[in-house]
Write a protein that binds this ligand. Sequence first.
Ligand code: NAD
Length: 361
Amino acid sequence: MIRIKAQALEELVRDIFVKAGCSEAEGKRIGKYLVIANLTGHDSHGVQRVPRYLQWKADGDFVADRTVKVVSETPVIAVLDGQYGFGQTIGPQAVEIGIKKCKEMGLSCVALRNVGHIGRIGDWSEMAAAEGLVSVHFVNAAGSVLVAPYGGTERRFSTAPYSVGVPRPGQRPVILDFATSVVAEGKVLNASFGGKALPGDALIGPDGKAGNDPHMLYGDYTPTGPRNHSKGTGAIRAFGDHKGSGLAMMCELLGGSLTGTGATEHGRKFSNGMLSFYVDPAKLDTTGFFPTDVQRYVDFVKSANPSTPGGEVLIPGEPEERTKAERLANGVPLPEDTWGAIVEAARKVGVDERRIQLAAQ
Ligand code: NAD
């Protein structure tokens, strides 16, 4: 494992995408959001994605510097087409529209279709919370059928993430953000590169047996080579038995079918779909009880006796905040193979060798 300073990593990712044909501003956004994922501990959605994003761009699946297209709108609704732009560009544009409408009307709903990978969904809840808004996001990933439903062994869902953000004035918001599978696919990817091992029951084979070997999902691969999930015969398991499997299905139906992205289908090119709801607490709560009650309740939850000696009850978003503080201070840890794959990608697109070495210092 090596450690790279967050800013150096962000700049290297920016340079890679600029060399690959993105504008400076887009390269910067890709660097920013991928590194935030690493900083918050979600390495699955961090810089390990660089080679795959480059491949998607080279194949024409993602297009540089797209602007979100408004398909239709009302004062409270926007239907948006991401036109297969990078999620790090289209995601913030879509959230900005939701925030603007919500601030005007107190409530808004944004259906975003056909967007490149929008990464860590918590970023979008955090963006809304920074403006004082509650938000809920149902997401699917068309073209990425990886997850077996409860009771099945075959892939039927994407890892279909779900996120809710609750602002707290003057404090870090409460941010719930997870894949509806036992693990996000990026965690399988990360484990395949020598990162953190998966829980023993994360995957399921065609024989119905649970396991955690990334080869179940990717088949054969070389240490720094690409991982192709169409080569494996297994699936990731939906989390939380029938309840998690049900939530995954709702992410497909709302984030996929209702946005016009399509509930996950085999053979379709990758695209995220996201259905987002925004609520302005200030419009709902005219006497100002909400912030006080949120604080009272957070304190109440955290005061529960720990289940293990020396343990602690954390609220959603707290682990990310702690990891971020540690990694900002000490650098982002990356398995050697992940760093190797990024260096390989940087050389391939023509990033200056001194630039690469500088990032590694
Ligand atoms: P995870 O299993 O690490 O769960 C994260 C959530 O659980 C966070 O809200 C976190 O604050 C909370 N949490 C973690 N430990 C806790 C504790 N001890 N006490 C209280 N709360 C705790 O996340 P995941 O399912 O691996 O998802 C990782 C990331 O992948 C997410 O950011 C998700 O949005 C993203 N994702 C994106 C896509 C996509 O297509 N764009 C698909 C799947 C997942």
